[in-house]
Design a protein around this ligand. Structure first.
Ligand code: ASP
Length: 337
């Protein structure tokens, strides 16, 4: 029997069309997709049905509650399908894929997130290949996790990041090997794929401003960091630090601001500005200055995984000390912790 796949169109370039304001998402992607796929050897494809979000979005407009809307649609339909394809804009695709991985834990079916750099309606596009291959991957029972498929690469969703604004090879997972490579053959790296675990669906109450992000730069003042931490609704801050996790330790007021926020119950996570590598908050005195304050080292998390993991844990209602604990362990392959 053919696998059954549900395709959820959320918006994004893949289904966009030009308007007088630039590209916008247009309803009716299902008809378009059918028209393109029926001319192909469609017997090789899984059976699929397509639904669209009520309000399609350019993913630049996405807010954390949209992760809940997308996750909710998948959870509702979980038992009826063998796999899922989420069509999404590329701008925040890695955030959504990461957020979904924390919402759909221990799953035993593929959830493949994809999109394109050029819309399906244009003559020369990357949309058709991404779509067809994502459909095929969503029919593969060996995959039991949330992935991004893009331009021949199958990536762990919560390890992925968008690295190129115009190249077809826009996504990569610099701190984790690809889970599969697609050329003439679909080559899955089975030993890297997550095994199904104890399934747990979590649809947290995502609060828009719960997590803030501050990048350290030469000359940054305590006041700048304070402005990130001041709003009451900010409960977590991601610090993007230099190299293995260094901050200017010759700025005591900056360290004081961070320490005060931790005492107030805010969670501060240290991740690197570098694309590749891992936090080691002790190699240099500058980075070691964060240890007594209670800043959590974020291992090799991407910004997207760090941001959505923190959002998820806070949205689940965990207190600060439980959030800190959970941030230090891998929940679904997101870090080498
Ligand atoms: N702005 C678009 C989006 O993220 C870009 C894309 O899909 O490539 O929805």
């Amino acid at each position: 029997m053919k696998p059954r796949v549900l395709v959820l169109y959320t918006g994004g370039t893949i289904g966009m069309q030009p308007s007088d304001r630039g590209y916008v998402p247009i309803r009716g992607f299902g008809r378009l997709m059918k028209a393109h796929l029926q001319t192909r050897a469609s017997h090789q494809l899984p059976e699929y049905e397509l639904i669209e979000l009520d309000a399609l979005i350019d993913s630049a407009n996405l807010v954390p509650s949209d992760w809940g809307r997308i996750g909710g649609r998948i959870v509702e339909q979980w038992d009826a399908y063998d796999g899922f394809v989420i069509l999404h804009g590329t701008d925040t695709m890695a955030y959504t894929a990461s957020a979904l991985s924390f919402m759909l834990r221990g799953i035993d079916k593929p959830v493949i997130v994809t999109g394109s750099q050029i819309p399906l309606t244009e003559t020369r596009n990357d949309a058709l290949d991404n779509l067809v291959t994502a459909l095929m991957l969503a029919g593969r029972a060996e995959i039991s996790e949330v992935c991004i498929y893009f331009d021949g690469r199958l990536l762990r969703g919560n390890r992925s990041t968008k690295l190129k604004s115009a190249g077809f090879d826009a996504f990569d997972s610099p701190n984790h090997p690809w889970l599969g490579q697609v050329g003439i053959h679909i080559d899955l790296k089975r030993h890297l794929l997550l095994k199904p675990g104890r399934r747990e669906f979590l649809l947290p109450a995502f609060a828009a401003d719960a997590v803030s992000v501050a990048q350290i730069y030469p000359g940054i003042s305590a006041r700048v960091i304070e402005s990130h931490l001041e709003p009451d609704n900010v409960r977590g801050l991601i610090l993007q630090t230099y190299g293995v996790g260094n901050v200017p330790d010759n700025n005591p007021s900056l360290l004081r601001v961070l320490g005060r926020a931790v005492e107030q119950g805010k969670v501060i996570l240290n991740i690197s500005q570098c694309i590749q590598g891992k936090i080691d908050q002790g190699v240099y005195a500058t980075g070691a200055s964060l240890n007594p304050i209670g800043v959590i080292p974020g291992a090799d998390l991407t910004l997207e995984a760090a941001f959505t993991k923190l959002h998820t844990l806070l949205g689940e209602g965990l207190n600060a000390s439980r959030v800190r604990q959970a941030m230090s362990v891998s929940i679904c392959g997101e870090c080498t912790c």
